[in-house]
Every structure is written in structure tokens, then in C-alpha cells.
Ligand binder design. Structure first.
Ligand code: PHE
Length: 508
């Protein structure tokens, strides 16, 4: 029988897919608005430090958990001891929750890209309240991700990353060249972005930078565990992690270079006070930037098109990585073909995205339809995952790899112990993550709707634990090997003419 393997074909494919996961809306929208709220360059420096101290170590731990287990997060964690499996299941539940709102935001980016193409830049007020239109674009975005996932790890995720990520970088370079040449206001924008003002950064700013580094590197939500499980055993994970973190940081930095000059240009041309620019939440990319682009003479439409196509691509490669976490689990645990698993996951998450879209549209227009504890569903889901649950899973990955494993991260036969890394993974990163968690929750509790969000997170934890101990603990939750066997079976059946379909051929 012709042996099939699931997983990335090359090291660069693995790295590009992981960078594609990391670079997303967090870099393009979250980073600039948090930077502007926390003193510009000082925040940037703290952010880079957080990537170095906690982000990279946690990423390495997550890759390690995945590659050591060669399986979905549930099986991978179970291999430490059955009790750890709860964390594995939580690591599959979190991406499912994120997908529900990421789909909607992705839908927004698709709509903005298409309208920029048609020459309509300021569409916000007519679009956000039009649920039908929002859902249509959400479905388009989800379908693009589905097509990539159905084509398999190698044929879909790896190949698309090799095309999409470089295209995104080219768009970003073109975009920053345009905005840096705007003239008026550019110098002030660069000064704000690049000259650190350490007085402007508070403890809250440092914590926000840590949280941002985590979200931006896609940590604590299974993406890196799943991609790690598909990485070949000879890959040097230290090297790959360094490359991935470096590129994520460089791209984030360049996004700032593109956005701040444009914002300050707008400020100086229109006389708007910087404090009046709506920077918070999703206002920055969907309301403020379209205004800024609209004000640019002649090139506004081109810049808007470059920006939104780039954003849509970044969001797409990110969402693929989280849909893959859930899909991989369904394929392996229930032994069903990739095509079916991917369609199932996409349909369920799309159904859950509908209330999120309605709630978000209503809150953006000042309403409170489908809101919970006074917040729209996107904010609730974001609080539950990003602030509360993701640090928990990141902590578990560091503890598991630091204390309970001697898997060779360098890819060599005999693992080399790097004592600095051991200290980082066992003590420093876990400690910092606990700090992020505690301050994150305290901060959340002091904000409106915070207690409700915490309750929702506790409910997710309880349901996950019940599901794990009720269904999954005693069950064989499968591994990459089972996925490969399924693939072989499908190929054999196809050869025998028993099954039609195109899935098996794509995953060579
Ligand atoms: N890293 C992505 C971003 O910056 C978000 C993300 C988080 C993607 C978690 C996958 C998993 O937007």
C-alpha cells in the first residue's frame, strides 16, 4: 500500500503557515491602536521584549507539545497523563469560540476590500447595520478558509501560505511606501511611533503589551500545537520559532510604519485633534482608516485597496489555523474524512457567527440587540478567550514541556539541554503568564460587564471538564496516524472506483 503521511512537506512550509497564523487582525488593528494609547515607541519596545521573554518560549513549548504527541491537542496532552487531557479539550474549544467572531471580522475585511475595488471607501454606516450583507461576506470569508482546509495540510495550508504570506508582505511594503510619501504629517507620525516616551507607559500598558504579544503569536489556542504536530521530527524548533517570532515582529513594526504617518497626515490636513480619531475597538480599521484614505488625494482608493486586501489575507491565514485545530480533532477523534470534518466545523461555527454579527452590528450603531451583560457578543467572546482562557492553555504548555517532557526541540537524536531555556520554560514564562492572567482578570472585573464575562469563562471551563470526563477521557481520541490511515483508505477506495471526490488526491 502506498504510505501516506499527513503534515507539512517542508520546513519553510511549516514556518510560513505558522507566520500566517500569527500575522492577523491582532497585528493590523490591535497593535496600532494599543500603541497609540500607550505612548507609541515605548509600547513597541515593551511589546518586542514580551515576544522575546514569554512569547517565543511559549511558542516553542506549544510546538513541542504538538510534535511530541503527533496528534490533536487532546491526545497530545493525554500523553503526559490522562488528567492533562482537559487542557487539551479546552485548547480545542477556545479556537471554536474565536472562529465565531473572527469569521465576522474577516467578512468585514472582504467587504471593505471589494468596495475599495469598486471605489467606495466610507461604507461603514451603511454596511455594519445591514446584517444580510455582513452575513453574506462572512460566508464568503468562511468559504475561502474552508477551501484551503479541505485541500489538506500540504495541498491547502502549506501551499496557500507559500502564496498568500509573500503577497501580503508585498502589499504591506507597497502600502507603507505610499503612506511614507504623503508629505504633510509623516514626520510627526514617525516621531510619535519611533521616539519612545517612557512616561506614557503604565503597568496596564505593559500588561496590554504582553496580552497583545500572546494573541498576535496565536498562543494558547491550539494553533501552534496543531501545526507543531504536523512538523517533521528533524525540524529544529528553536530555529523555526526564532524565525516566526522575528517575522511577526517585523511585520507588526511595518504595519505601524504604514498606519501612523497616514493618521498624522489626516490630522494635519483636516485639523482634527488626534484625540478625536476613533482609535479604540474595531473603529480604527473600519471607520477611521477609511476616513483617512478618503482624504488622500488621488491615491486614496489604491491605498484603501492595498490595505484591505492585505488585511483580508492576513485574517484568512489566521482563521485557517484555528479552523484546522478543530477540524484535526474531529477527523482524528471521530475518524471522518477531512472534507466532511471541515464542512461540519465551518457550518457550526458559521451558525454561531450569526448572533455575533447581529450583536456587533447593533452595538456599532449604538443599539444593544443580542448583547450580554451590556457588551456585544464579540467583546464577550474576546474577553472569555483572550483574557481568561488563552493564558491558561499557554501556561499549561510551558509547564507540560518544562516539567514533564524531554522531547528534543532541536530535532537532534539526543536532546541538548539548554539551561537558560529550561529556566525560562519552567519558571519565568509561567510566572509572567500567571501575572498576565491575574491582572487581566482584575482589569476585566473593573470594567462594565467584566463579572459576566468571567462567569461565561467559568461556564466554558465547567462544560469542557464535564465533556472531557464524560466522553473523551476514556475514549481513543486518535492521532495523526489515524488521519494518515483514513487518507490511505480513501485513496484505495478511490482507486477501486468506490468513491468519488477530490480530497485524497490533494493531500499528497
Ligand atoms: N494571531 C492572530 C492575529 O494576530 C489571531 C489568532 C489568535 C489567530 C489565535 C489564531 C489563533 O490576529
Amino acid at each position: 500500500m502506498n504510505r501516506k503521511r499527513t503534515g507539512f512537506g517542508t520546513r519553510s512550509g511549516f514556518e510560513l503557515a505558522a507566520i500566517g497564523s500569527a500575522v492577523g487582525l491582532g497585528n493590523i488593528w490591535g497593535f496600532p491602536y494599543k500603541t497609540s494609547a500607550n505612548g507609541g515607541a515605548a509600547y513597541l519596545l515593551v511589546y518586542l521584549l514580551c515576544i522575546l521573554l514569554v512569547g517565543a518560549v511559549t511558542m516553542l513549548a506549544e510546538f513541542g507539545v504538538g510534535r511530541r504527541g503527533k496528534a490533536n491537542p487532546v491526545t497530545a496532552y493525554k500523553s503526559f497523563s490522562p488528567g492533562w487531557g482537559v487542557i487539551g479539550l479546552l485548547t480545542v474549544v477556545i479556537p471554536a469560540l474565536i472562529i465565531c467572531y473572527y469569521y465576522v471580522l474577516g467578512g468585514y475585511t472582504v467587504k471593505y476590500a471589494l468596495s475599495s475595488f469598486a471605489g467606495n471607501i466610507g461604507i461603514f454606516s451603511s454596511f455594519a447595520g445591514n446584517t444580510g450583507d455582513v452575513l453574506l461576506h462572512t460566508v464568503i470569508f468562511a468559504a475561502l478558509a474552508l477551501a484551503i482546509i479541505m485541500a489538506g495540510v500540504r495541498g491547502g495550508i502549506e501551499t496557500s501560505s507559500k502564496i498568500l504570506l509573500p503577497s501580503m508582505i508585498v502589499l504591506l511594503i507597497a502600502l507603507s511606501s505610499f503612506t511614507l510619501l504623503l508629505g504633510e504629517g509623516v514626520r510627526e507620525g514617525l516621531a510619535f511611533y519611533l521616539r519612545p516616551d517612557f512616561h506614557a507607559i503604565s503597568w496596564a500598558g505593559v500588561l496590554s503589551a504582553m496580552g497583545q504579544a500572546f494573541f498576535s503569536l496565536s498562543l494558547g489556542c491550539g494553533a501552534m500545537i496543531t501545526y507543531g504536530s504536523y512538523a517533521g521530527k528533524k525540524i529544529n524548533l528553536f530555529r523555526s520559532t526564532a524565525i516566526i517570532c522575528l517575522l511577526d515582529a517585523v511585520i507588526t513594526f511595518m504595519v505601524g510604519l504604514a498606519i501612523f504617518p497616514a493618521l498624522f497626515h489626516y490630522v494635519s490636513v483636516t485639523g482634527t485633534a488626534p484625540s478625536e480619531l476613533g482609535m479604540g475597538g474595531i473603529g480604527l480599521i473600519f471607520i477611521t482608516l477609511p476616513l483617512v484614505f478618503g482624504e488622500m488625494p488621488v491615491i486614496g482608493q489604491v491605498v484603501s485597496l492595498l490595505f484591505f486586501v492585505m488585511t483580508a489575507i492576513a485574517a484568512l491565514t489566521s482563521v485557517v489555523s484555528i479552523v484546522e485545530v478543530v477540524t484535526q480533532f474531529i477527523i482524528q477523534c471521530y475518524r471522518i474524512y477531512r472534507t466532511r470534518a471541515a464542512i461540519l466545523v465551518t457550518s457550526i461555527c458559521l451558525a454561531c457567527a450569526v448572533p455575533v454579527a447581529i450583536s456587533l452590528g447593533s452595538s456599532l450603531n449604538g443599539g444593544s440587540l443580542l448583547s450580554l451583560f451590556g457588551k456585544n457578543l464579540l467583546d464577550i467572546l474576546d474577553g472569555v478567550t483572550n483574557t481568561i482562557l488563552m493564558p491558561l492553555c499557554a501556561l499549561a504548555a510551558c509547564l507540560a514541556m518544562g516539567w514533564c517532557s524531554d522531547h528534543s526541540l532541536s530535532g537532534e537524536e539526543t536532546p541538548r539541554q539548554n539551561s537558560a531555556l529550561v529556566v525560562m520554560m519552567k519558571f519565568i514564562a509561567p510566572l509572567l503568564i500567571v501575572v498576565i492572567e491575574v491582572f487581566g482578570i482584575t482589569d476585566l472585573l473593573s470594567s462594565p460587564g467584566g463579572a459576566g464575562t468571567l462567569m461565561c469563562a467559568c461556564a466554558v471551563l465547567v462544560i469542557t471538564a464535564v465533556a472531557y470526563y464524560g466522553f473523551y477521557r476514556g475514549r481513543d481520541t486518535g492521532s495523526n496516524r489515524d488521519e494518515a490511515l483514513l487518507l490511505e483508505q480513501a485513496v484505495e477506495k478511490r482507486k477501486a472506483g468506490l468513491q468519488r471526490g477530490w480530497y485524497p488526491e490533494r493531500d499528497r
